[in-house]
Each structure stands twice: as C-alpha cells, then as structure tokens.
Design a protein around this ligand. Structure first.
Ligand SMILES: *Cc1c(COP(=O)(O)O)cnc(C)c1O
Length: 312
C-alpha cells in the first residue's frame, strides 16, 4: 500500500486572517487511516527484514496502533500478540478498536504497567518455544531497542509536505498535530533538520508533560540523527494535556462544531484535543495572516466511540 500523498485542503479563515488548512492522514486507504498506518507499515517492513514471523506489540487494545498492527498482521497471515495494560483505574473499556483487534484474531495478553519487562520477556520466550521468530515492536524488553524504525514514517511525510507546498504554491508558517509518544513529531523534526523548510512544528500533547514529552522526542531524534545532531527547538505544548482519553466540554463542543460545519471527524483522545489546542494557541500567540496546517493523525474509530455520547 503506497497511497501517499494524502490530501491537503483549506478549512477556514479566522477573524485575524489566519488561513487554516488540513492534511488528511485519516484518509490513508487502510484500516481507517491515521499516522499508525504509516508507522505500522514501517514496523512490519522492519520485522520482515529481520526474518521474523510473529509480531508482539505493547499497547492498550483500544489504541489505534494495536488496531492497525492487528489488521496488517491479519491481512498478511502473521500472528499478532498484544500485551495490553488496563487503564489507570483498572478498567478495560469497550471500544471499536478493541473489538476490531479481537476480530482480527490478535492474541490479547493482559499486562500490568509495573510488569511490562517480565511480560515482554515471557511472550518472547513462549513464541520462541513454539518455533517462531518473534519481533517486539519496541526492540528489547526495556522498550528502547527500536527507536529509529517508527521515526522513518513521518521523516518521509516531511518530504511529502515539501513537495505538496511546492505543488499548491503555498507555504505553511505553522504545523500543528496531536503528539503522544513523539514518533510523529520527531519524524517531522528530523525531516526539517535534513531537508530544511520554514514551517514551525507544534505538537499538542494529549497526555504527557512538556518535560517528559520533549525528552522522549529528543531520544528519538538522537537515535535517528546521531548523538552529535544539534538539539532543535521542540515545541510540545502540554496546556491541553489530560489523562489519556479525558477531555473538556470545550473540546467536545469544538469537535461537534467541526463535524457539523465541515463534516470533519475529530476524536476526543487525539485530534479533537489537538485541534482545540491549535485554535487556542493561534489566539494566545497572536498569529495574524499565517498559513496554518493541522495534520489530522486519524483515530476515526475513536470518533465513533463518542458519537451520541459526547460528540454531536
Ligand atoms: C498515536 C496517535 C497520535 C500521536 O502520535 P505519536 O506519534 O504517538 O506522538 C496522534 N493522533 C492519533 C489519532 C494517534 O493514534
């Protein structure tokens, strides 16, 4: 599946003549799209290049990454195991992503957040004992052995963005997107470090603090670029961060409004938070007559989880 580039379209102009555009990564044509399709494809390619035949992931079964990985594995006949933590309060909530993971035949193994290392090691050992060559998406049982692979996905998107700006005869002053683990943001930053481009990159944190999120992004950048890479300015805004999946009534109103006005689905875990945060930051920072691009990172099944509950 090589479907890039994803469409960029104009959304609206605000009262200060800022023009808001959107890049529709949610329209990537596999499994409801989103940034996890690009990241998942990089992981599967890396798995194959290592001659492995069993994918082991860690992540909440309601996450977009687990849905995309289990879908890719189902399509390619590769067994997929998901080591899945419960929520902080101990509950495992029903969601479309989780149901899809189960339908795709992924094996879901409960995993305490305090016992990840042991659970990963047990899963790897079990897989090897059954004659398979397992591939753990985060490298080693400490989760720091495979930093470069996921960065590749949005490193490539930076080139795509440069050529789309040339084609559209447009240059974006600012780019905003929902930032979680930092795989997406670090890929974009590495692209800018290597290829240039004047767009300021802003991550709106969905959960992590600025300090923690920035440290993770730096780790990815150093892994990809080498330790000698000059530390770039990283804008990782935590003013809109809340616990994973928690959102404010203003965020829900914003998501409902965007759906009504533009038919644009925004979920309340990632893109709805980030879109609301972007509009707030544009106001707070006093932007005028800027071209602003929102990168819609997907999460459409999470949007449906909230239809009739918090959205519309
Ligand atoms: C995972 C995800 C993000 C965050 O991407 P990171 O690379 O983890 O920072 C943003 N939006 C959606 C819809 C996601 O699924």
């Amino acid at each position: 599946m090589n479907s890039a580039p994803t469409p960029i379209h104009f959304l609206f102009e605000d009262e200060n003549h800022n023009r808001i555009y959107i890049k529709r990564e949610d329209l990537l044509p596999f499994s409801f799209g989103g940034n996890k399709v690009r990241i998942g494809l990089e992981l599967l390619e890396d798995m194959r290049s290592q001659g492995c035949d069993h994918l082991i992931a860690y992540g909440n079964a309601r996450s977009n990454l687990c849905r995309v990985l289990s879908n890719l594995c189902a399509g390619q006949g590769i067994p997929c195991t998901i080591l899945s933590p419960a929520d902080d309060d101990g509950t495992v909530s029903e969601s479309f992503n989780q149901r899809m993971c189960l339908s795709f035949g992924a094996e879901i193994v409960p995993c305490l957040k305090t016992g990840v290392k042991a659970t990963v090691e047990a899963a790897l050992a079990k897989s090897r004992a059954s004659g398979r060559k397992p591939y753990y998406i985060y490298g080693n049982s400490l989760g720091d052995g495979n930093l470069i692979t996921p960065v590749k996905a949005y490193r490539k998107v930076w080139d795509e963005l440069l050529s789309q700006q040339a084609q559209l005869n447009l240059s974006f002053d600012h780019l905003f997107h929902a930032s979680g683990t930092g795989m997406t943001q670090s890929g974009l930053i590495c692209g800018q470090l290597q290829q240039g481009g004047g767009t300021s990159i802003h991550g709106i944190s969905i959960a992590r603090s600025t300090e923690n999120g920035t440290a993770h992004i730096l780790r990815y950048i150093r892994a990809f670029m080498g330790d000698e890479a000059i530390a770039p300015a990283i804008d990782f805004v935590d003013d809109y961060a809340m616990s994973y999946g928690i959102f404010s009534p203003e965020m829900a109103d914003c998501a409902s409004r965007m759906m009504r006005l533009y038919g644009l689905p925004l979920d309340l875990t990632y893109t709805g938070k980030a879109f609301y945060g972007m509009l707030e930051e544009i106001r707070r920072r006093g932007y005028r007559a800027q071209n602003v691009l929102f990168v819609h990172t997907g999460g459409t099944p999470l949007f449906f989880d909230k239809v009739g509950v918090s959205i519309l």
